[in-house]
Design a protein around this ligand. Structure first.
Ligand code: KIV
Ligand code: ZN
Length: 388
């Protein structure tokens, strides 16, 4: 089995769906170009039939981006697929992504159909999409809650109809990692033509398991992950691109897979998406949160000053963040104060460490985090007192 995991970014489709204010065409282009620089293999640029604005932005992105395959979303109906093909035809290479629900609750309650009607619609949609491109992805919406016999049957027929990528979404973020990995294993064991398509996964984060479920699927043989920058998307969001990319880099030996991602572009891309989408990134978010590479406890800071791998499993530079931060708090020890004073240009002979440390602790207890300016002000006060 190929050990490259294809990264399919849906920030501009699933992510954009969940924003409070819409992005302009120019902003979407800026994001698409940043995602291209990040080394993403496939960019889902939008849902062209949904509005003239979305059609236009998919077309602009398809014209401009050359190093990633551009994809558009379509329900399993001809009008949607035709709109996709029309907006994407300016690209050198494009993908049509068509989908229909397969779970009982969606088929019966949402679509008010039988499973066999849905199956016929899917087959027709895939064959129709193949008239425009050889690169057709088919998604079984709500696959996570679809009876496994129906899912196997749909996947086999979708591949026979010409789908080259089969996407298995956990649309409502319901499954557990071993359960979702088990679905993928079942597909590999039971669908006779499974090796004729790439198996993709698209996990939502309703229970905070989108990344874990995606990685479990990769371990079971999936070779495409659908994800978004900062994990933005419907409700609690999608699988976060930066997290899966850094999992596969940091644990490459254990997992035996890799991606094409340029990891050093991660922080920059995360900031751009956060700013343009007006979606702040939580401080403790893995990889790109403001605290992801900062250390506050004295014990950790002491360890970090001795060797950075004591408390960091990857370097901030590897994701494009300038450097590790050691926050000065009342948990910090003398060692880190001395180190910070050195980095501010002071020799040990310039001040009395014990006195400075006592004053620092008093201030830190009152204020929480102590900044470099505060430290220099403390030193100035000590010097003034000494002169009196
Ligand atoms: O969550 C989902 O099932 C989707 C599909 C359209 C792939 O976004
Ligand atoms: Zn989704």
């Amino acid at each position: 089995m190929d050990n490259q995991v294809i990264i399919f970014d849906t920030t501009l489709r699933d992510g954009e769906q969940a924003l409070t204010a819409s992005l302009s065409v120019h902003e979407k282009l800026q994001i698409a170009q940043a995602i291209e620089r990040l080394g993403v293999d496939i960019i889902e640029a939008g849902f062209p039939v949904s509005s003239p604005g979305d059609f236009d932005s998919v077309q602009q992105i398809a014209k401009t981006v050359k190093n990633s395959i551009i994809c558009g979303l379509a329900r399993a109906v001809e009008a949607d697929i035709k709109a996709c093909a029309d907006s994407l035809s300016v690209a050198d290479q494009f993908r049509i992504h068509t989908f229909i629900s397969t779970s009982d609750v969606h088929v019966q309650q949402k679509l008010r159909k039988d499973f066999s009607d849905v199956e016929a619609m899917a087959i027709h949609a895939i064959k129709y999409a193949r008239q425009f491109t050889n690169d057709v992805e088919f998604s079984c919406e709500d696959a996570g809650r679809t009876p496994i016999d129906n899912l196997c049957r749909m996947v086999e027929n979708a591949i026979k109809a010409g789908a080259t990528t089969i996407n298995i979404p956990d649309t409502v973020g319901y499954t557990l990692p071993n359960e979702f990995g088990g679905i993928i294993t079942n597909l590999f064991n039971r669908v006779p033509n499974i090796d004729q398509a790439i198996i993709s996964v698209h996990c939502h984060n309703d229970l905070g398991l989108a990344v874990a479920n995606s990685m479990s699927a990769v371990q079971a043989g999936a070779r495409q992950i659908e994800c978004t920058i900062n994990g933005i998307g419907e409700r609690a969001g999608n699988c976060s691109l930066e997290e899966v990319a850094m999992i596969m880099k940091t644990r490459q030996e254990f997992l035996g897979v890799h991606t094409n991602i340029n990891h050093q572009e991660i922080a920059k891309t995360s900031k751009l998406v956060s700013q343009l989408c007006n979606m702040p990134v939580q401080l403790n978010k893995a990889i790109v949160g403001g605290n992801a590479f900062s250390h506050s406890s004295g014990i950790h800071q002491d360890g970090m000053l001795k060797a950075s791998n004591t408390y960091e499993i990857m370097t901030p530079e590897s994701v494009g963040i300038a450097k590790t931060k050691l926050n000065l708090t009342s948990r910090s020890g003398r060692h880190v104060i001395k180190h910070r004073m050195e980095s501010l240009g002071y020799q040990e002979s310039d001040y009395q460490l014990e006195q400075l440390y006592t004053d620092f602790l008093a201030l830190a207890d009152k204020k929480g985090q102590v900044f470099d300016d505060d430290l220099e002000a403390l030193l100035f006060n000590i010097q003034q007192q000494d002169c009196q």
